[in-house]
Design a protein around this ligand. Structure first.
Ligand code: ADP
Ligand code: MG
Length: 714
């Protein structure tokens, strides 16, 4: 349990040599000091009292004031974890859940996964003794499937609510229901206790507990659920109104002045501009770390390589540059590096996605570089297609980003766009629920027993049309029955898998097509960004390396070949009885030689082992089609039939479902071949509509394998 873990750690620290003990003592003192100096430390008593007084409380506080790391500890100390109850803190981003949990475990002086833990999709670091649990908002929605009353939790803290991710919005709606149901059950319970002098509610009574239509048979002995909504945006009105006039408290932050600098003209290439600005700061400005906001892993890695190239040309005796990337699919062992101070003689350059905007506060930053862009989901109501696009940030985001430069002293923010552009930005980001495909949301709500999706009490209602489109899609996938109820077993199975409904369907399909082994690999590989990389200085070598995996049938089988080859390499070095470290090293070498992104491959391997566990639990049969690639391509067709496209006379494609004109992305192995009919997995919008991750299929397979759609179209 938690206490023994604490004593164990303390013991270990003192027995491992004087020097080490001193070091760890110093680190503990430093952490204690840091904690005391956070703005939130001064208001601990007030916050605890407010939580006690209010069932739902909204806390607004500047980024870095200590909300995420400190509040759960305050509440733990105030006794909210008695009787084994848990404090749950949700984050929109995986990286935040992981790094914050690690930090808080250290602050509490316990091993991660004991008193303090985290749980995110594909990774669980909790145990039965976990009391402070950080997790993604999506994961808590999933937990509600198994435990509709969220009965383990005494408090749920919804953090970073201003981000308004689709999961946060769904979660807020659910929590509102759960809170209501739990307090209702309390009232019933008290009445019952008064009548019977007994502490257990009868079965019949318990059966009448319902959450949004879901009749759950449970012991109805519930304590009320406390809710805390935390946000970095000053405007708490929306949340307060949604929760019936809930109280909002503000925590004052500390902010030094930040000089904002704009460019004179728009920058045609923001990556180039970022690179130039990094070195301009490095050579011309005083000490302090740099934080640059980029839009994704691919951009971060390419800027990282460019920085390394340029750094080699720095004059002798000049301070060195240390780059540290941070993005959501970075392997978790590498995520904490971002918090390590740069060694003497180095300036740290953090290359981050908007994870560093409000979710993570990294010490030491004095300069911020902001190209003013973000990668976001975008949804076309008419075609029902979702795509990823790079769009300008909002004013609120621009302010948050520049604020990162002024936490420890005056700073500078370099906005890579002219001042006139700032005025054109929208005030705040549109909630994601308004701009994404809702199939996943609809499926989960259905699985929770909430049948009337249109009537569900969302904080911001998605459009009726978007809901209807998702209902249609889900019935085409067989997840819903004709009267839009969750189907058994397909719908139930799909809801249980922590994947996009299309991918869940593909796994179930593949079990029938006897190629689940291959589909597991594909789903894992499609869950990560950029498996191949093409460094500018070695582009020919990299292309040659990809040739050895290339399948003329398309990207899916090419990815499959990479994964199989990597597995082969691992097998060989394991067979040679090498140590785990050596095995890992040889895989990394193999990746380097073959121009495979080892971070992405590692992530894909993790995802693979997780979803394999899920499908095994579900009892799906995992068999392989070996080299029968026709069978596999037929299975891809049967699964992704909604994403099929036919070639037009001019060499472009028409996506059948949406009638949209699309092009094959240059990164696809089919870019030059241009087959007559393809299925694809991703739509990316830049100046064009591009499709990525494609496979050549026979157009006749479509009506054969998806008659529910293609017969009806005729
Ligand atoms: P908020 O949630 O209000 O934005 P946080 O609780 O995330 O603030 O952060 C409080 C402080 O803890 C910040 O000064 C931040 O730099 C520090 N901090 C958080 N995580 C780490 C870490 N892993 N290593 C070092 N400092 C950290
Ligand atoms: Mg926070």
């Amino acid at each position: 349990n938690a206490t023994s873990a604490e004593t164990h750690q303390k013991g270990a620290n003192f027995t491992s040599g004087d020097h080490k003990a001193q070091q760890s003592q110093a680190r503990k003192q430093l952490i204690a000091q840091q904690r005391k100096s956070l703005p939130i430390a001064a208001v601990e008593k007030i916050l605890v009292a407010e939580v006690k007084k209010n069932d739902t409380l909204i806390i607004v506080g500047e980024t870095g004031s200590g909300k995420t790391t400190q509040l759960p500890q305050f509440l733990f100390n105030a006794g909210y974890c008695t009787h084994g109850k848990v404090i749950g803190i949700t984050q929109p981003r995986r990286v935040a859940a992981v790094t914050v949990a690690k930090r808080v475990a250290e602050e509490c002086n316990v091993d991660l996964g004991q008193k303090v833990g985290y749980s995110i999709r594909f990774e669980d670091a909790t145990s039965s003794s976990t009391r402070i649990k950080y997790m993604t908002d999506g994961l808590l929605v999933r937990e509600a499937l198994l435990d509709p009353f969220l009965s383990r939790y005494s408090i749920v803290i919804v953090d970073e609510a201003h981000e308004r991710t689709v999961h946060t919005d769904v979660l807020l709606g659910l929590l509102k229901n759960v809170q209501h149901a739990r307090s209702q059950s309390m009232v019933k319970q008290q009445n019952f206790d008064r009548l019977n002098g007994d502490s257990l509610v009868s079965d019949k009574e318990a059966k009448t507990q319902s959450i949004g239509g879901l009749k759950a048979c449970q012991h109805a002995k519930h304590t009320p659920l406390k809710l805390v909504i935390m946000s970095a945006s000053l405007d708490a009105r929306g949340f307060s109104e949604y929760f019936g006039g809930a109280k909002a408290v503000h925590i004052e932050g500390r902010q030094y002045p930040v000089d904002i600098l704009y460019t004179y003209h728009p920058e045609p290439d923001y990556l180039e501009a970022t690179l130039i600005t990094i070195f301009q700061i490095h050579l011309e400005e005083g000490p302090g770390d740099i934080l640059a906001f980029l839009t994704g892993q691919e951009e971060i890695e390419s800027v990282e390589r460019l920085v390394h190239e340029h750094a080699r040309q720095l004059p002798e005796g000049c301070q060195k540059v240390l780059t540290v990337p941070i993005y959501s699919s970075l392997p978790s062992e590498q995520q904490m590096n971002v918090f390590k101070p740069a060694p003497p003689g180095h300036r740290k350059v953090i290359l981050a996605t908007n994870i560093a905007e409000t979710s993570l506060t990294i010490p030491g930053i004095k300069y911020v570089i902001d190209p003013g862009l973000v990668k976001a989901r975008s949804y076309n109501h008419i075609t029902g297609m979702e795509s990823l696009i790079i769009i300008p940030i909002s004013k609120a985001q621009a302010l948050q980003r520049s604020g990162r430069a002024g936490r420890e002293g005056p700073g500078k923010c370099f906005r890579l766009y002219p001042e006139s552009e700032f005025g054109k930005l929208i005030d705040s980001t549109v909630p994601e629920i308004k701009r994404c495909n809702l199939s996943n949301v609809v499926l989960q709500l259905k699985a929770l027993g909430i049948d009337d999706i249109i009537g569900f009490d969302f904080m911001e209602k998605p459009s009726r049309m978007a809901i209807v489109k998702s209902l249609e899609q889900l019935s085409l996938l067989g997840a819903l029955t004709d009267d839009y109820k969750l189907s058994d077993p397909v719908g139930l199975q799909m809801a249980r898998l922590p994947l996009d409904p299309l991918y869940s369907k593909a796994l179930i399909m593949a079990s029938d097509f006897k190629c689940l082994e291959e589909m597991l690999i594909i789903v894992a590989m499609l869950s990560v960004e950029s498996i191949f990389y093409f460094p500018r200085e070695k582009i020919d070598e990299a292309r040659a390396a990809r040739k050895s995996f290339l399948s003329s049938e398309g990207d899916h089988i090419t990815l499959l070949n990479v994964y199989r080859a990597a597995t082969e390499c691992l097998k060989k070095s394991k067979a040679a009885n090498r140590k785990e470290k050596t095995v890992e090293k040889s895989l990394n070498r193999w990746c380097r030689e073959n121009f495979i992104n080892n971070r992405s491959l590692k992530h894909a391997r993790d995802v693979h082992s997780q979803i394999k566990g899920h499908v095994q639990q579900m009892g799906l049969v995992i068999s392989s089609c070996g080299d029968e690639m026709v069978q596999f391509r037929r299975c891809l067709t049967a699964s992704f039939f909604l994403n099929a496209a036919l070639k037009e006379p001019d060499g472009s494609y028409r996506a059948i479902a949406s009638s949209q004109n699309v092009q094959i992305h240059p990164s696809s192995v089919l870019f030059r071949t241009k087959p007559d009919c393809i299925i694809f997995n991703e739509l990316v919008r830049t100046n064009q509509n591009y499709v990525r991750n494609l496979t050549r299929v026979d157009p006749l397979w479509l009506p054969e394998l998806a008659p529910q759609y293609y017969e009806a179209q005729k």
